[in-house]
Design a protein around this ligand. Sequence first.
Ligand code: G3I
Length: 494
Amino acid sequence: MNDVPKRRTGGPTRLLIGGACAVLIAVSSVAIANLAHADLSGPPGTTLKAAAERSGRYFGMAMGADRLSDSGFQTIARREFDMLTAVNEMKPDATEPNQGQFNFTNGDRLYNWAVQNGMRVRGHTLAWHAQQPRFWGSLSGSALRTAMINHINGVLAHYKGKMFQWDVVNEAFAENGSRRSSNLQATGNDWIEAAFRAARAADPSTGLCYNDYNIENWTYAKTQGVYNMIKDFKSRGVPIDCVGLQTHFTGGSSLPGNFQTTLSSFAALGVDVVLTEVDVTNASASQYQGLTQACMNVPRCLGITTWGVRDSDSWRSSESPLLFDRNSNPKAAYTSVLNALNAASTTVPGTTTPTSGTPSTSRPPTSTPPTSAPPTSAPATSAPPTSTPVTGQSGACTATYRTVNSWGGGFQGEVIVANNGSSTLNGWTVRLTLASGQTLSQVWNGSNTGTSGAISVRNAEYNGSLGANASTNFGFLVSGSTNTAPSGISCTSP
Ligand code: G3I
């Protein structure tokens, strides 16, 4: 059990269900103790990381080994960031240049620098069509598949228990939502799940992410392709913990109006979401504000990473897409991000002092403590989450409510809508009543009528059809002077 404290709360905990209950309880409580604390009632943060940590989130940056001798970079990085991603140093070509010969020199230099400076590390990446070792190019079929698995095993053995998350597979989808053709894809459509299964077996302590670009717009074919793959993985028990949205709003693309819907829709599949490589053309302050706010509004959005620190660090430096200019000065976008982080109204589930149950999200432990001062004030004293679900039923469907998370002045609720019958339901409506003084501020996976008192939530376009005994869920945020749970819940189907 020596490695138990390093386990994530979610995946392994779920894997243990059916095993010894005593073990389950031990794992959960140890993991909770390792999670960061959130405190929205504390003073606003004056750095990106302090502002993000208020809600249990992180603020990260990508750093190359060449920046280990750049004191200007390091001054900002130490002050503002609490998560590091290696720009190139942990990619397959860097870590296994020759078959079976691993090289972690620069990866370790970056890892050690991060830990010495109170940061955690996201691993990027284990399997990708680009930046492959040269020897992969001469392999195909089962030999290439085996080489990929061996690579995952070799890298994860080296970093076992150390990484917050890994981008296990990077950029495997084409713009039309089908799989991108590549030598890895040619080894069989199951190559992605094979990579995830190998990664889980090699290091059960790290969060396993699928990472891609152009999956920020909910209606875009590629977004839907990735969404469907993750839905399929979750339904078949393929281990996956998170989706990384690269969030390159640059080179012509910009923040879509439905970005938050994308984040909450992925989250509703039971995975965490992370923004992994953010940069925005000319560092538009409004786009940076919008993408940060969207993340803050989705409890399972764990954090944001910018791809570099200053414009001079960017892979597209001519577009000046980062939060700091070439002279290391914060730009207007920096202030908009800082304010949006400080305005967060949701905390990452499991990061506040638990009052009942276990955290509902999967997340690796904090391997190093945050360097900013821990919250000194007591956790929010608002009403604890309801531990007993409230169920309402009317005919064909059942709606079961639970409070997922609460804080001073608001809470996050979830309703599971289940089909009780043996025939498919085509649409559902849940009615519930909010207490006096409460206002509905956001709904995902459903659309609401009314924001106070008696409200109704109809299915979204994509979750109205429920087969026999199938279920779905929607979530919402409520703000108000009390955290009384909704009453009078019922479910009807047309
Ligand atoms: O180190 C060599 C140097 O010795 C040589 O003189 C020079 C000549 O071009 O190349 C240098 O290597 C370059 C390397 O970056 C380090 O600077 C490679 O050519 C160049 O291709 C490589 O680009 C990286 C790119 O991924 C490769 O796909 C970028 O730095 C890196 O920022 C970028 O990161 C990707 C993410 O991994 C995935 N998402 C997109 C993101 C941006 O493209």
